[in-house]
Design a protein around this ligand. Structure first.
Ligand code: SAH
Ligand code: MG
Length: 211
């Protein structure tokens, strides 16, 4: 018998989650990409939302609502999730899935280029306590600047896929997403406005707190 990986072992301890399994089924059935956040990190998103007591959460990149459910589950009674998604049909699927999970009232989807939606949120004077950055990788440093601008003091910023399947460690990989993600990782761990760390399991998750 082959030994399970660390991720497989840890996931075997997590309780079965019928709601999230259903979301993955819907995503497959609709022919959407199978790139929802890893189960262990989804659980971490719920915990971080609870542990910080975040009232206003901003997600960048919704896909089918898997991570949206994880974030919304952690919100307190009056908490709210705003989620930015480029594609109307993805946002529709995500909203359906959050409604199905009984979390429809907690979420607002904004469709379009995330950079435009972020500008709009700033114009509206919106501030947030927790961010989950998980959209187009080449814009991660831009999304980080926006998170710092829209973040309350002490706000937590989380970025997914920060190892890009190992490309980050490959000195020969110099494409735009890799270069931008390396910059993002450097900023998350050493920008003087932040205090952060990167978890190397799965595809890498960066977590920082605004000082
Ligand atoms: N957070 C989701 C997965 C997101 S996948 C989860 O874990 O469940 C990345 C998503 O970002 C896709 O749905 C894609 O359509 C969206 N996206 C890509 N570029 C974008 C952009 N420029 N603005 C907003 N959303 C974008
Ligand atoms: Mg991701």
């Amino acid at each position: 018998m082959t030994q399970p990986s660390a991720e497989e072992y840890v996931e075997s301890l997590l309780e079965r989650d019928a709601q999230l399994e259903k979301v993955k089924e819907v995503i497959r059935a609709k022919g959407m990409p199978d790139i929802s956040v890893a189960a262990g990190y989804g659980k971490l998103l719920t915990l971080l939302t609870k542990m910080t007591g975040a009232k206003r959460v901003l997600e960048i990149g919704a896909l089918g609502g898997y991570s949206g459910i994880c974030l919304a589950r952690g919100l307190c009674e009056e908490g709210k999730l705003v989620s930015l998604e480029l594609k109307q049909d993805y946002a529709d699927v995500a909203l359906d899935n959050l409604r199905e999970a009984g979390l429809g009232e907690k979420v607002e989807y904004r469709v379009g280029e995330a950079l435009d939606s972020l500008k709009q949120l700033e114009n509206e004077g919106c501030k947030f306590d927790l961010f989950f950055i998980d959209a187009d990788k080449g814009n991660y440093p831009n999304y980080l600047e926006w998170a710092i601008r829209l973040g309350n003091p002490g706000a937590v910023i989380v970025g997914d896929n920060t190892l890009l399947h190992g490309d980050i460690m490959d000195p020969g990989a110099q494409g735009n997403r890799v270069v931008k993600m390396r910059l993002f990782n450097e900023l998350m761990t050493s920008d003087p406005r932040l205090e952060g760390v990167i978890l190397p399991a799965y595809d890498g998750l960066a977590i920082a707190r605004i000082r």
